[in-house]
Write a protein that binds this ligand. Structure first.
Ligand code: EPZ
Length: 425
């Protein structure tokens, strides 16, 4: 297994092209199951999670073709599910990635039945799928849990319904929105997630012939149609990758220009950086983090559904705030166990105390390099960021977590002056 070795202390300087968003690409790929025609997705990042979902979709009967991007980066993926050959999503594939559960809505809508393994817990929490299942029941699905599988059926097809989600869920909103596109009649979804990835999925579904309004607000209305067709869609820029590199610039006191991204999706992150004394200039699809002369100012952060501060940026900000001039608090409200990076950051000299869902981070003058272990995607990258600022050498093991969600991380950072490389164990 490989590790990443970082020798800290260099200010980053340069330009990084942001990749397509993993968390947009995954539901978009699942949407290909809704039509026998070809769905062409451009700007698809080359990541382990994308390959995992592609394997699952192929197992359902989709033909998947990958070609080099359109010049602006990423891969172009053509998915054609002419015939669904299996409506079962087996445990072996689903356990690798929770987002696999996104095939449930499309399979049920198109084939009126699906058998999908329950994903199980993961490092950041128990992460149930009850909201997905209850909402699909309100669209007329019969759901049974049997031997670790969700057995769902809708003889005669799904029917429009009214769903008010008790908790905001990105995945449940996506799953049910996809299912409702082919349900008979009107579906109203309330208290839905407003993440930009929902808007990206809705735009693609509309291009495929779906009738959806309200994506990006708390209420989405879908008029079911008899069938959907093919479409060409460009995957939106990865706002979490963008935020991660903004934090990398800030922690090293460097200056980075991030291109092919969208500042409009990053309001809360830019505001949090401003509160830390880090300036970010926005111009069209480009964000520029200015070098700072003063220490990072402490600040208080609470993760929230979009447009609040994203839980997927919490670990990276914690790394940044370990170097601040004073004490900060970070309150994690989305996942109950998303502080796995805390003991690893403390091994690097960070001063953090945990009180339930809140971390109190007292800034230290200097982090020190150490061997550390990655536990999940965002936790891992926070350790890389800490390593960029630390004195001496940091090695991050379990690099496969990073390969799930950061395209060319080492190359992108090295091109901006970081002393970073992958090394064999
Ligand atoms: C998505 O996960 C993202 N994944 C996550 O990104 C992200 O952290 C999360 O949204 C929150 O923004 C993808 O888009 C593929 P949720 P998702 O359903 O959809 C609870 C990353 O690092 N809940 O919005 O699974 C749940 O436990 C990742 O890229 C239920 O209780 O998240 C959590 O507390 C990790 N029952 C909260 O809702 C359910 O049925 C929000 O989760 C579903 C969710």
């Amino acid at each position: 297994m490989e590790r990443i070795r970082v020798r800290g202390g260099r200010r980053l300087n340069g330009t990084i092209q942001i990749s397509g968003a993993k968390n947009a690409a995954l539901p978009l790929m699942a949407a290909s199951l809704l039509t026998p025609e070809a769905l062409v997705l451009s700007n698809v990042p080359k990541l382990a999670d994308i390959a995992t979902l592609a394997a699952l979709l192929a197992q359902h009967g989709a033909d998947i073709d990958l070609s080099q991007g359109d010049g602006a980066g990423g891969q172009t993926m053509t998915l054609r599910a002419a015939t669904i050959t299996s409506t079962t999503a087996p445990y072996d594939l689903v356990r690798k990635m929770r987002a696999s559960v996104l095939v449930l809505g499309p399979l049920l809508a198109r084939c009126h039945q699906a058998r999908v393994s329950l994903p199980g817990g993961c490092a950041i929490g128990t992460r149930p799928v009850d909201l997905h299942l209850k909402a699909l029941e309100q669209l007329g699905a019969r759901i049974e849990l049997e031997e670790g599988y969700v057995n769902a059926s809708a003889p005669g097809g799904l029917k429009g319904g009214h769903v008010r989600f008790p908790t905001v869920s990105v995945g449940a909103t996506e799953n049910v929105m996809m299912a409702a596109t082919l349900a008979a009649g009107e579906t109203v979804l309330e208290n839905v997630a407003r993440e930009p990835e929902i808007g990206d999925l809705a735009a693609c579904l509309i291009a495929m012939g779906a009738r959806i309004s309200g994506a990006g607000t708390e209420r989405i209305v879908i008029q079911g149609v008899a069938e959907l067709g093919g479409a060409h869609h460009r995957v939106m820029a990865d706002r979490i990758e963008t935020g991660t590199y903004m934090a990398a610039a800030a922690i090293t006191g460097g200056a980075l220009t991030l291109t092919h991204t969208n500042a409009d999706t990053l309001g809360a992150v830019v505001d949090a950086l401003a509160a830390c004394g880090v300036g970010v200039a926005r111009q069209n699809g480009t964000l520029t983090v200015s070098p700072r002369s003063d220490a990072i100012s402490p600040t208080d952060i609470s993760t929230q559904p979009y447009p609040g501060f994203p839980t997927d940026m919490q670990a990276q900000f914690m790394a940044l705030l370990t170097t601040a001039d004073g004490a900060s608090t970070i309150n994690e409200t989305i996942f109950e166990n998303r502080f796995m990076h805390v003991p690893e950051l403390m091994r690097m000299g960070a001063n953090i105390s945990l009180q339930g869902h809140t971390a109190v981070v007292r800034g230290v003058k200097q982090l020190r390099g150490a061997p550390v272990m990655a536990t999940d995607l965002r936790a891992s990258v926070s350790l890389v960021l800490a390593g960029l600022a630390a004195e001496g050498e940091t090695t991050v093991s379990r690099v496969y977590h990073l390969d799930r969600g950061y395209e060319h991380l080492v190359e992108k950072l090295a091109a901006c002056g970081a002393d970073i490389e992958r090394v064999a164990d």
